[in-house]
Design a protein around this ligand. Structure first.
Ligand SMILES: [Fe+2]
Length: 254
């Protein structure tokens, strides 16, 4: 059995047995896929106390009866994710965060539970309209304080709460096309964090800023055959079309 859900932002309580009772009867050969903004790998090396809390929740997930899978969103510490051991897993590459907590890397096709799934994480942040402060600058905390005093709270700090790797490289985009071509551009499901330009425009109207990833997904939407495309990022639960589904709190069978 494969379930799919939306953003967690390091809050995994929705996968607990009170809110997800189905999880109790699953096994490690059953999967819950999070559509980005996993958030369980976030804090820097020096943030010892919060790293301990993070470890607690990663172990908590690992101890669940099922296997947790996720694509990355924009709100992930991408350099830390990239530091986990890489492994081949059911046809694609993963970062092994724990034995049964796996990051599905960008542009990979996985064959799990009888389903062929294309995974491609990443997204452009929408909460940076007041700017990005460089976390390498010695006075970044002071800059942040002044921003907040001016009422500018839509900012993030590069290397602390924002990473440019939120958007894919050309190599990652090309890799995705190659892997899809190997499967004749036919998959059962696509799992991403953001969606294509057309659907993002529909969801966000004038707040939508198309980027190279939404444009890439636009192209895939026309060239790839899929039954379901699940994505997160926009913090709502909406069946946009019969095939394109935005998830947030809901946990549903794939
Ligand atoms: Fe999010």
């Amino acid at each position: 059995m494969i379930y799919v859900t939306g953003d967690c932002h390091s809050e995994f309580q929705k996968l607990g047995s009170d809110r997800f009772p189905e999880g109790k009867s699953l096994t490690k050969d059953d999967y819950v896929i999070i559509c980005g903004d996993f958030g369980g790998v976030w804090y820097g090396e020096e943030d010892y106390t919060r790293r301990k809390t993070e470890d607690y929740w990663l172990d908590w997930l690992d101890e669940k009866p099922f296997t947790t899978l996720f694509v990355d969103g924009n709100h992930e510490n991408h350099p830390r994710l990239a530091g986990y051991p890489e492994a081949e897993w059911y046809g694609g590459r993963v970062h092994k965060i724990r034995e049964s907590v796996l990051h599905l890397m960008r542009g990979e096709v996985f064959e799990i539970g009888g389903k062929r799934i294309f995974a491609f994480g990443g997204a452009a942040s929408h909460d940076i309209s007041d700017g990005i402060i460089d976390g390498d600058e010695p006075d970044w905390r002071r800059q942040a304080m002044f921003m907040e005093l001016e009422g500018k709270i839509m900012y993030r700090v590069k290397g602390i709460s924002w990473w440019e790797e939120e958007l894919p490289t050309e190599e990652e985009l090309a890799h995705g096309l190659e892997r899809l071509a190997a499967y004749d551009n036919q998959v059962d499901a696509i799992i991403t964090h953001c969606t294509c330009t057309t659907l993002q425009n529909k969801l966000l109207a004038e707040m939508s800023h198309p980027d190279r990833l939404t444009e890439y997904f636009e192209m895939l939407r026309k060239s790839v055959e899929y039954d379901k495309w699940y994505f997160g990022h926009y913090h709502e639960d909406v069946d946009i079309t019969m095939n394109d589904v935005l998830l947030y709190h809901t946990i549903r069978p794939l």
